[in-house]
Design a protein. Structure first.
Length: 386
């Protein structure tokens, strides 16, 4: 696509092809004129250029459908949201690199610094406060991961901190539970890589080897002088409240709070992560999988905290409504996780919306969420959206 400076866009003119903010976000369709409001909004967010394959035109291109049914694709605030989403995505990738460095350095030199871990956790806490919605959605959108171990530990830390905030843990305890989430797989560094990074289901003997990683991690953190509470959470993150977990088969009353939090966080991340031997799952399916084990594998209070943090339909979940319309969850309702806000993408006739309106679902309304869309339907919808 060609770069077009904002000063080359004339108010009330048309572009005969979609105009993009970046490689993913359409801000103008061929049947919508350039407006002063759009130019002002782009400038206020420090954008100086846009991208398009089109040319200026005095009249809108005939798209074969009514203007009301053609796609603009974004709400007014989407320019702001796009910038914030990109910022969070960059933050996430930077932290993945930092976590990868911590794990790699330990594997090579057995060096593990508390201050480096603490700094990462403080940064996550700060970003949760400023961009909570995006930090709880961007990393969990299904995508290939170059380093599954680093990204998995980072996402577990993010979720552990979000649950800890919901439970109103004080700052020093948030740092502890976040550190436990970030380091819960440090014991894997003492296990052969071909086992813990296997792209196939493990054999019984290989599983026994994996089951040792919480004990190994506990010893590593104790030796590195991490707080006892952090080391204990790493030891306990694979325990189940009904006593069927590992390595010590503890029951609920003997598992620490941090251990219960990290257990729920890592289980949800595992449920929604793409792996070579496991089908991808959307956020709603991941939440429902965990709820099946409430009171068995997971502590009820902690799991409910995760549900209220992410919603029954986490941000980014594609859904179909009872009237046949389709959309994507863009905001959650912390007071009632069953009723998120949905950006509508297709109407009940299967036509793309022009203005992508947002519907706040409510109890008792005639239009409700009927289901989350399966992966094949999501891919088909994304292809239509371009």
């Amino acid at each position: 696509m060609n770069k077009v400076g904002l000063d080359n866009l004339e108010v009330n003119s048309y572009i005969d092809a979609p105009v993009f903010l970046d490689d993913a976000y359409i801000i103008l369709s061929p049947d919508i004129p350039v407006s002063q409001e759009l130019l002002t909004r782009l400038s206020s967010w420090h954008y100086t250029q846009v991208y398009t394959d089109g040319q200026p035109a005095e009249k809108p291109r005939n798209t074969g459908e009514n203007a009301e049914e053609s796609r603009l694709g974004f709400l007014k605030e989407d320019v702001h949201e796009s910038a914030e989403r990109q910022e969070v995505s960059s933050f996430y990738q930077q932290k993945v690199e930092e976590v990868r460095s911590i794990y790699s350095r330990f594997a090579e030199r057995e060096e593990l610094r508390i201050d480096e871990v603490t700094d990462i956790i403080k940064d996550i806490i700060s970003t949760l406060k400023s961009s909570r919605r995006f930090l709880l959605s961007v990393p969990f959108i299904s995508q290939p991961e170059e380093d599954y171990l680093a990204s998995s530990c980072l996402k577990t830390a993010i979720l552990s901190l979000a649950v800890g905030e919901f439970l109103k843990l004080p700052p020093h305890r948030l740092i502890e539970v976040g550190s436990a989430g970030l380091l819960h797989k440090i014991g894997m560094m003492k296990i052969p890589r071909n086992i813990y990074m296997s792209d196939r289901p493990l054999s019984p003997n290989e599983r026994k080897t994996i089951y040792a990683h919480p004990i190994i991690g506990f010893k590593i953190l104790k030796a590195a002088a991490f707080p006892a509470t952090v080391a204990l959470a790493v030891l306990e993150h694979a325990e189940h409240v009904d006593g069927t977990g590992y390595p010590r088969k503890l029951t609920s009353d003997k598992i620490s709070l941090y251990g219960k939090i990290v257990a729920v966080a890592t289980a949800y991340n595992g449920a929604v992560s793409r792996r070579p031997y496991k089908k991808e799952r959307d956020g709603h399916s991941g939440i429902m999988d965990l709820l099946k084990d409430i009171g068995k594998h997971f502590d009820e209070r902690i799991l409910r905290a995760l549900v209220y943090t992410l919603s029954i339909y986490p941000i980014g979940t594609y859904v179909e409504l009872t009237n046949g319309a389709k959309g994507v969850v863009v905001r959650t309702n912390i007071n009632d996780p069953k009723y998120p806000a949905i950006k509508l993408l297709l109407n009940e006739k299967g036509t793309l919306y022009a203005e992508a309106p947002v519907l706040q679902t409510k109890e008792g309304d005639p239009i409700q969420i009927a289901r989350s869309l399966p992966p094949d339907a999501v891919r088909e919808l994304e292809e239509r959206l371009g």
